[in-house]
Design a protein around this ligand. Structure first.
Ligand code: BES
Ligand code: MN
Ligand code: MN
Length: 465
């Protein structure tokens, strides 16, 4: 491994400038005006991976944005296979005025690279690409067989993932999966994520009169859709912070005392966390700590609301309609379809006389809990610790990555969530940044991961005679 690690050290600056070139492509998957940029981003990556000794690189079309697939199968056929996943699409950049430097003109300040997608998830995809490059360029044979799939629709809920997996089931066979698209628990603290929440996203439209009406002539005699929606939304939680949707908690797997003890042991500074949010105090489901609420309890949130007059000054109307975007984060064993059905039925029931409520389903994704008794988790801990020089902790995250559960169910293989973000990296927000020390150590961690998986296989081959 010595030549590989030396190469990573020598290439430190170049690895950053090459990432910057990819970050310049505004691959915003939610905005159809950027469809060409998402395609360009896929092609850029495919070209790049092709130069790193891949035995095969393809751009896989979907009904939406393309994915990139590459494989390095030079290791002997009985070596284990690792499938690495990431995504090359990025979030929108609004509000653009809040960025210190333009989102698609990546800039280095304070030992950080600033730009949209630097950490979510282009930088983390490049961590693997650069680790692979470091084997290739030093003539060090890869100790395992590697495959990489980089999706182009993760940030919009992976709408074409199922058909992509169906079309390419033969190519995605693997022994282990590694997803690098999460954050570390704290600075310099290697963290393996062993749980993700799922997602159920819907939009509710509340219609009242056929058009906006004069509030003097009609106000007080008809139900106002904005007030009706406000009443409906307010009824979705009880005073203890629990979601009131009937049956919402039916399939929730409760935290065990052991789970709770493990979470309590993590070095969580709640006051600092609260300060970083700018919110005046914590809020949530009674009886649970902040980390438990984020990692292991389901939620229902309103992500946006609109209706009525939005312009300057006062305009006296009874609005014709109002709408809200609602997202539920799910935990095992909740299923998105089931939760969407329950929330829809409850919203329809909550709509007061005088309005009609209609629900549109957006995206879904299922939660994941890792089988941490599988030996691969100790192997990954060892690799992470070799790079960072610090013991690796198990954490969970509250976010969602639909691919994780999809691939875990399709292959029956464990999925490692080895992420290199920081808790305050501003992903999805203005001024997203990548810690350059973490990028560098991340590349080493990935290289060590391949090495450790290779050793594990040799060990087990030796043991079994
Ligand atoms: N990288 C994130 C997932 C994530 C977020 C992991 C926070 C850990 C902590 C991913 O790109 C993302 O943003 N996912 C979406 C998924 C959704 C659109 C289905 C999310 O969590 O909102
Ligand atoms: Mn991501
Ligand atoms: Mn994201």
């Amino acid at each position: 491994m010595q030549p590989v690690i030396a190469f990573i050290d020598e290439s430190r600056e170049r690895f950053v400038s090459e990432l910057s070139r990819w970050v310049r492509l505004p691959s915003i998957s939610s905005d159809s005006r950027h469809a060409g940029d998402v395609r360009a981003s896929a092609e850029h990556l495919a070209l790049h991976l092709g130069a790193l000794g891949a035995s095969r690189v393809e751009v896989w079309r979907t009904a939406g944005h393309p994915a990139v697939f590459a494989e390095w199968l030079q290791a002997p056929a009985d070596s284990p296979t690792l499938l690495v996943y990431g995504h090359h699409d990025v979030q929108p950049v609004d509000p653009i005025e809040a960025w210190t430097s333009p989102p698609f003109e990546p800039t280095i300040r304070d030992n950080r690279l600033w730009g949209r997608g630097v950490v979510d998830d282009k930088g983390q995809v490049y961590i693997h690409a650069k680790a692979i490059e470091s084997f290739h360029r030093t003539g060090t044979p890869l100790p395992i067989r590697l495959k990489m799939i980089v999706e182009g629709e993760e940030e919009i809920g992976s709408p074409n993932l199922d058909s992509l997996m169906h079309d390419h089931a033969g190519e995605l066979g693997t022994d282990f999966v590694c997803v690098s698209d999460t954050a570390m628990f704290g600075r310099g603290l290697p963290s393996l994520c062993v749980g993700l929440r799922g997602l159920a996203y819907l939009e509710v439209f509340v219609d009242g009169p056929a058009l906006d009406l004069h509030s003097g002539s009609f106000g007080g005699a008809l139900m106002n859709p904005v007030l009706a929606l406000a009443r409906m939304l307010a009824a979705l939680h009880d005073p203890r912070g629990r979601v009131t949707v009937p049956g919402f908690y039916d399939d929730v797997v409760p935290l065990t005392p052991l789970d709770r003890a493990a979470i309590r042991e993590l070095p969580f500074d709640e006051a600092a966390w609260l300060k970083s949010t700018g919110s005046p105090c914590v809020w949530g489901e009674e009886g649970y700590s902040t980390l438990e609420r984020i990692w292991a309890r389901p939620t229902l949130d309103c992500c946006g609301i609109s209706g009525g007059f939005q312009g300057e000054g006062a305009k006296t109307i009874i609005p014709a309609r109002a709408s809200a975007k609602i997202a539920c984060r799910l935990v095992p064993n909740q299923e998105p379809e089931d939760v969407l059905r329950k929330v829809t039925a409850y919203l329809e029931q909550l709509a007061p006389p005088g309005v009609r409520a209609r629900v549109q389903i957006h995206s879904g994704g299922r939660p994941y809990l890792a089988p941490t008794d599988h030996p691969i988790y100790e192997v990954a801990k060892r690799a992470f610790t070799r790079a960072f020089g610090k013991a690796t902790v198990f954490i969970r995250e509250g976010g969602s990555i639909p691919f994780v559960r999809t691939i875990a169910d399709a292959t029956g293989k464990p999925c490692l969530l080895m992420g290199f973000g920081q808790p305050d990296e501003n992903s999805h927000a203005p001024n997203e940044w990548l810690d350059l020390d973490n990028y560098h150590l991340g590349i080493k961690s990935a290289a060590y991961l391949y090495d450790e998986i290779g050793r594990m296989a040799h060990g087990s081959r030796g043991n079994s005679g």
